[in-house]
Design a protein. Structure first.
Length: 490
């Protein structure tokens, strides 16, 4: 079998984002949206004036969904973004934008995604619900709005509360739901990218940017839920979940390293694209079980330069995704000069590439990716990374990553001295208790499994100051029939 023809990777069409067209469409949408909401305050829903305004709203949204397959409205502070493009305020639209933002906030809504399937009836139901929010707080109004849409059989809209909404108590469940939604969209986006590249098409950059933005938002507001979802392995192809897991871990690690919001977004996009060159490698090679032949390994290592060639065809406003290209090429290069592809001259590896390299090797080692060696337990591999980091990985990134994961990374299955089985769900917030994670207790003392697990803190002590539970050893989840992801997807 021969390597894919590199010439074919240069044949993909270029996608440019016309921000002017998006802004024009966004202004039309806002005018129609505000007009529909105001007309409903004056007339009943079946009035011809209201019906005309809702038809105009549906038509304006259809223009924006026609290219990307989805339209997104996002409120950030006092600004309104349409498909990631901020609407510029002027005297003509300022009042309408401010009115729409106020109504969405009153309903506890910060993000609205619209599918092309949205009908005039769907829009009518949404506008009526936004005009009459119910509940004493934003969180309650948000849940009430979702319930009204579901009760009416409206499925064309996906709503989220504002990114910085308070998410304590009952809001924790909503936060977990948002994390699951962001993760599922990310896996779907990764799958679409790989399929588009394999078919010789350019990936939809605007849709990918929205996906990465949602990941960054969830990491900044509920990192534990997002990290927990990296344990889910039940998607159709581990290649897609690997790309998303690397993206999630990279954003979380970048946050600890002090990167700005804009840098986290850029890093997340680069991490999602890091293995895009594999889309040009024959599936039978990627899905091989066991050791690869020398020829097959040579083809596998070619995914780095194939990724760069692929990303040359992805540009926006004439600018290439520079950091994504660097990461695609460099993420298997080692600081000591090893790795691949072979360097013609010694030069430093970029920060984003060093971050992705640490995460990529961890997720690949602890995930079944076909041609890899047997899957390692996360806790064991973290300990190994700590011992060998100085020789083949950036030691600063490794230290920050290990600190982020703790001694028992999310998803590690543990046997406790109480004879209970537990699943790690996060690092203990007390830095002196990093070896005593937060867990889900998933079995009783007789070993009978139950779901959902009971939350516990292994740092808890009794009246005498003794720890109530301690770790005896790590366990193989498969051996005990435990599907770790089930405890993070409820």
């Amino acid at each position: 079998m021969t390597a894919p023809d590199a010439r074919s990777s240069a044949a993909m069409p270029v996608r440019d984002v016309d921000e002017g067209a998006v802004r024009a469409g966004g202004r039309a949408l806002v005018q129609a949206f505000g007009g529909a909401m105001r007309s409903l305050r004056l007339y009943p829903a079946d009035n011809p004036v209201v019906q005309k305004s809702v038809h105009d709203l549906q038509a304006a949204a259809a223009v924006l969904t026609s290219e990307d397959g989805v339209m997104e409205l996002r409120i950030a502070g006092e600004f309104l973004f349409v498909n990631q493009t901020r609407l510029r305020l002027d005297l003509d639209n300022y009042a309408m934008v401010a009115y729409l933002i106020a109504q969405c906030r009153a309903s506890g809504t910060g993000v609205l995604r619209v599918s092309p399937a949205a009908t005039v009836r769907d829009w009518s139901v949404l506008v009526v619900a936004l005009n009459s929010p119910t509940g004493a707080s934003g969180t309650i109004r948000y849940h009430a709005l979702r319930q009204r849409l579901e009760s009416a059989g409206v499925t064309a809209f996906e709503i989220e509360p504002p990114v910085k909404a308070e998410e304590g108590g009952a809001g924790a469940e909503a936060s977990a739901d948002l994390a699951k939604g962001a993760y599922a969209r990310s896996v779907a986006a990764a799958a679409e990218v790989m399929r588009a590249i394999a078919q010789g098409h350019g990936p939809n950059l605007r849709a990918l940017k929205r996906t990465v933005q949602s990941v960054v938002d969830r990491i900044l507001t509920d990192e534990a839920s997002m990290l927990g979802l990296t344990t889910v392995r039940e998607y159709e192809d581990a290649t897609f979940t690997h790309a998303v897991n690397v993206c999630i871990f990279a954003v979380a690690l970048g946050r600890r390293l002090g990167l700005s919001h804009t840098q986290l977004y850029d890093l997340g996009l680069a991490a999602l694209f890091h293995d895009c060159g594999k889309a040009r490698i024959a599936p039978e090679i990627l899905e091989q079980k066991g050791a690869l032949s020398a020829d097959d390994w040579r083809i596998i290592t070619g995914h780095t330069w194939l990724g760069v060639l692929t990303l040359f065809q992805v540009r926006e406003h004439g600018e290439y995704p520079y950091h994504a290209m660097l990461v695609a090429y460099e993420h298997h290069l080692k600081p000591d000069g090893g790795g691949y592809p072979r360097r013609l001259r010694q030069r430093p590896v970029g920060l984003y590439s060093r971050i992705v390299s640490v995460i990529e090797i961890f997720d690949a080692a602890t995930t079944n990716l076909g041609y890899r060696t047997p899957v390692r337990r996360p806790a064991e591999y973290v300990a190994e990374m700590k011992r060998t980091a100085d020789t083949f990985l950036d030691p600063t990134c490794v230290r920050a990553f290990v600190e982020m994961l703790g001694a028992y990374p999310v998803g590690t299955v543990l046997l406790l001295d109480t004879f209970e089985i537990a699943v790690s769900r996060g690092v203990n917030p007390d830095p002196e208790l990093s070896d005593r994670p937060l867990v889900y207790i998933v079995s009783d003392r007789e070993g009978n499994l139950f779901h959902p697990g009971v939350q516990a803190d292994l740092g808890e002590t009794d009246a005498n100051g003794h720890f109530t539970r301690s770790i005896v050893e790590t366990l193989d989840a498969d051996h005990y029939g435990i599907r770790v992801g089930d405890y993070f997807v409820r």
